[in-house]
Design a binder for this molecule. Structure first.
Ligand SMILES: Cc1ncc(COP(=O)(O)O)c(C=O)c1O
Ligand SMILES: Nc1ccccc1C(=O)C[C@H](N)C(=O)O
Length: 422
């Protein structure tokens, strides 16, 4: 039972702001908020798109720029340990996703890492030619799968999430899914899906964009093959932070990724003319790593030091449950639907509402300091980063949304007309 159920189940009384403050007083993660620089007048519910900035980042960047780059110059590749940063930061992320440190490396973007893994998986399942995906996945996942299919002659087959299990047939080389859907916030049962895929001999790539740092994940416990994810969402690495890629140790020998750049070479500084893949996870590298992005991400990850991911999950579920209950309690007359499962076990760390006028409503909310986002055609999306949100924030966000609806302010031309960029 989570903190909301505990404090509310015994009473049928409406939830009040005082209840929320009581939950904050009992919140063991509450002090983590001080690790983040967030404007006073903002309630930030968009950490599933761009995480907030950890205060540890600016001083690390200043040191990297003013000392390591300006003074150390090229010597810093060795003297400041720039060279092993992809492995080092990968090792930190591994601890958040149920992987061993040598199974995760940070490189490139999520889209590029998906490309590398899809081609690798097809090569490992020669004789099978289907990439199985899901309808409604984040577009880049579908685009990259189609691009790989076009390049390799494979077939990209996308089915409804509910039909994935049945679509796992013996011609599937690789199944590619996003663990927590970016629109609905619904999560797959990673263990069950991976098991079924393996029963038919398929490999699985999990996109953890909306999972890593948002909730616990046990890649090795699920015997996952491959995974990718973003550094800039719940890991708070900053805009365009590099992505991470996971390859289970048992596949390290056989995985051959297609972008055979020199940093994935066994001996990059021998400058030979023939490509020989590096042993282990290093072969997933391509070219020179974006060091500044790595440093920001590395500093950002210190916000997770000592965090029990089960406690983080409990708080995340408490926040999302509270939000859902308050929508029921405060907004029932305003035409919102719920696109996210009420059942906690099926939910990631976001709540999505539906409303035909969602775009204008989100714009009006943002103008009042509650930052969520809109996803066409009718989704109002709210991400809950348990490290920096409080239960009172949830109350205040709902109160602002109610005010936007009751006042009808969202109908003003300003909000109806503004163009969405995020
Ligand atoms: C599920 C998912 N995959 C991938 C991405 C992004 O990939 P990239 O970092 O390559 O832009 C996102 C968000 O942008 C996402 O939500
Ligand atoms: N990388 C971005 C750059 C600009 C605007 C949004 C994004 C996102 O990450 C969107 C996110 N993946 C989503 O789930 O909608």
């Amino acid at each position: 039972m989570n903190i909301v159920s505990q404090s509310l189940s015994s009473s049928a009384a409406p939830i009040s702001r005082a209840h929320c403050l009581a939950m904050d007083a009992a919140d063991t993660l509450a002090s983590r908020r001080d690790l983040f620089a967030l404007p006073q007048d903002v309630i930030y519910l968009d950490g599933n798109s761009l995480g907030a900035m950890p205060k540890a980042v600016p001083s690390r960047m200043t040191q990297a720029i003013e000392q390591e780059w300006a003074v150390g110059l090229i010597r810093s590749w060795n003297d400041a340990d720039w060279y092993p940063a992809p492995q080092r930061v990968g090792g930190r992320i591994a601890s958040l996703i149920g992987a061993k440190p040598n199974e995760v490396i940070v490189a490139d973007s999520t889209s590029v890492n998906l490309f590398k893994l899809l081609v690798s998986a097809l090569r490992m399942r020669a004789g099978r030619n289907v990439i199985l995906g899901e309808n409604g996945n984040f577009p880049t996942d579908a685009y990259v799968a189609s691009g790989v299919a076009e390049l390799t002659g494979a077939q990209h087959r996308a089915v409804a999430p509910a039909d994935v299990m049945a679509a796992l047939t013996e011609d599937v080389a690789v199944l590619t899914l996003t663990h927590v859907n970016y629109k609905s916030g619904q999560a797959y049962d990673m263990a069950a899906v991976t098991r079924r895929a393996h029963e038919v001999g398929a490999l699985v790539i999990w996109d953890l964009a909306h999972t890593a740092g948002a909730m616990p994940c046990d890649l090795n416990g699920c015997e996952a093959d491959f995974a990718v994810g973003c550094g800039y969402k719940y890991l708070n690495g900053g805009p365009g932070a590099p992505s991470f890629v996971f390859v289970a140790e048992r596949h390290h020998e056989s995985v051959r990724q297609p972008i055979t750049g020199w940093h994935g070479h066994a001996k990059p500084f021998e400058f030979t003319q023939t490509y020989v893949p590096a042993p282990g996870i290093d072969r997933m590298l391509v070219g020179t790593a974006p060091q500044m992005g790595l440093f920001a991400l590395e500093a950002a990850l210190t916000a997770f030091d000592g965090v029990d991911m089960q406690a983080l999950r409990a708080k995340s579920l408490a926040l999302t449950e509270l939000f859902i209950r308050l929508v029921d309690q405060e907004l029932s007359e305003h035409g919102f639907g719920l696109a996210t499962p009420r059942e906690a076990g099926l939910r990631g760390s976001q709540v999505s509402l539906t409303h035909a006028e969602g775009y204008a409503i989100v714009q009006a909310l943002i103008a009042r300091g509650v930052i969520g986002d809109f996803r066409a055609p009718d989704i109002l999306r709210f991400g809950f980063a348990a490290l920096y949100l409080s239960h009172a924030d949830v109350w205040d966000a709902i109160a602002t949304l109610k005010d936007v609806m009751v006042s009808g302010i969202w109908r003003s031309a300003e909000f109806m007309a503004r163009k969405a960029v995020t």
